[in-house]
Ligand binder design. Structure first.
Ligand SMILES: *Cc1c(COP(=O)(O)O)cnc(C)c1O
Length: 465
């Protein structure tokens, strides 16, 4: 399996190379050159598989001959054994045609564990084999940082540095990062905001001279292909459980960077009969605006009750655009160059293709709270604010009565007690058992000034031998 850049100018890579790469050298994102497909019979047969077996089936063609089948199986089994529910991704029914796919039974209670638990293990495996060590650097406003740290905490060959804005992430989110102990885990609390943290990461990827010569820098944000790959699995898992391929299914996906929902698009390209993919956004609605107006434009960031979807640009949307524009790298390079200077409008052909599969819905802060409250009232089921946005969008969608809609529940409600309270539900759920003592665990983090030099110096002196 070869991976190519959306902007057409970077060298093609194999799976091992793409795993260790972030952005392509031409500024694009890597996508598979061709997709594996599954026949109706093969999809029918998936009903007999448990989650790790299904993951192995779906992931194998992407990994190709880079990892022997037995080793890949062991990595996947180990990854999903970490999840606290025997079904890994259980489903709950809210109404006749409304389902919730719970993706929050991993160690950090958000769907990012599905990809980052696997990514950490894959990285460590290939690094061990190559006798190589790498440095991971990432900025987080919450969920990504904790999931990346949990995913890499046992990796001998990775020093991980996660920057978060000091005093600006929630207590649960900070504790989930800073209570994980290990010599290779470094939490840097930067005296700035999230954008400052992200700018430092970007600058460090641009000029890596502060690192020892034998270390490369690896990205763990959702531009990393392996994260998207891991997320394809649960679309198959849920759809097959609801009767696919005989019965088509729709998905409603709370979306920020378009990573999770892009995995759903790939599942469909691979043969899964998906009737509709609903883009559910909060008031940071860049994707809803592009779907309704064909114009892609930045707007100032709003801080919402669903902080993991607070973005002004959706980086993975470029991966979809690549297909909408017939995989024309030169056209994409031109579009993205123009986007650096202002709003861009996509062709009607491209948007017609997008609208044939995707619809979108924007959910306000008030509606988010009302959805949390009404789902609680009607089903005694507590949604986190991200998942509530997904359910609100699912209920608003105009779909044939025969099509079940699955909302991806991307986080556990206990991660966002503030939103639960805003919804008027003071009977806040507690943390699951394995995190009950989270607030008693000792924290370790380093407060650093909002200065690139200070951060890079700290990193240089902390990297393991
Ligand atoms: C990251 C995240 C999202 C958004 O996922 P994307 O892949 O960026 O669209 C939604 N909900 C939660 C809880 C998240 O952590």
């Amino acid at each position: 399996m070869k991976y190519i850049s959306t902007r057409g100018q970077a060298p093609a890579l194999n799976f091992e190379q793409v795993l260790l790469t972030g952005l392509a050298s031409d500024g694009g994102l890597y996508v598979p050159a061709t997709l594996p497909t599954f026949s109706r019979d093969e999809i029918t047969a998936m009903a007999a598989l448990d989650y790790p077996q299904l993951a192995l089936k779906i992931v194998s063609p992407f990994v190709d001959d880079c990892i022997p089948a037995q080793d890949l199986k062991a990595i996947i089994d180990d990854t999903y054994a970490e999840f606290r529910h025997n079904a890994v991704a259980p489903m709950v029914q809210l109404a006749a045609n409304q389902w919730v796919l719970e993706l929050f039974h991993g160690p950090t209670l958000a769907f990012k564990d599905f990809a980052l638990q696997l990514l950490g293990r894959l990285l460590d495996y290939v690094l061990e084999r190559k006798h190589q060590k790498v440095v991971i650097m990432g900025a987080t406003s919450g969920d990504t940082g904790s999931a990346a740290i949990e995913g890499c905490k046992r990796c001998k060959n990775i020093d991980i540095f996660i920057l978060h804005p000091h005093n600006r992430v929630s207590d649960v989110q900070r504790k989930q990062m800073t209570t994980v102990v290990g010599d290779t885990i470094h939490n840097l609390a930067v005296e700035g905001n999230f954008d400052d943290c992200q700018a430092m990461v970007k600058a460090s990827f641009g000029d890596r001279s502060f690192l020892p010569a034998d270390r490369s820098l690896v990205a763990v944000n959702s531009i990393n292909w392996a994260r998207i790959m891991a997320q394809i699995v649960y679309y198959f898992y849920a759809a097959v459980a609801l009767g696919a391929p005989a019965r088509p299914v729709a998905f409603s996906v709370p979306t920020g960077n378009f990573g999770d929902i892009f995995a759903g698009y790939l599942a469909r390209q691979m043969g899964l009969p998906i009737e509709r993919l609903i883009i559910a956004t909060n008031t940071n609605d860049v994707l809803h605006r592009v779907m309704t107006t064909s114009t892609y434009g930045r707007q100032p960031l709003a801080h919402t009750l669903s902080p993991s979807m607070d973005i002004s640009v959706s980086s993975n949307f470029e991966r979809l655009l690549f297909d909408l524009y017939d995989r024309d790298g030169a056209a994409l390079a031109d579009l993205m160059r123009r986007f650096d200077h202002g709003d861009i409008t996509f062709s009607e052909t491209a948007m017609r293709r997008a609208r044939a599969l995707f619809s979108s819905h924007r959910v306000s802060e008030d509606e988010t709270c009302r959805q949390i409250a009404s789902t609680w009232r009607e089903c005694e089921y507590l949604l986190d604010p991200h998942s509530a946005i997904g359910v609100a969008a699912a209920l608003a969608a105009d779909l044939p009565a025969s099509v079940p809609v699955v909302t991806l529940a991307t986080a556990h409600p206990a991660k966002f007690p503030g939103a639960i309270k805003s919804a008027g539900l003071d009977e806040v759920v507690g943390l699951p058992l394995h995190l009950k003592d989270l607030f008693d665990r000792p924290e370790r983090f380093e407060v650093l000034p909002n200065a690139l030099g200070a951060v890079q110096d700290y990193m240089a002196k902390s990297i393991s031998a």
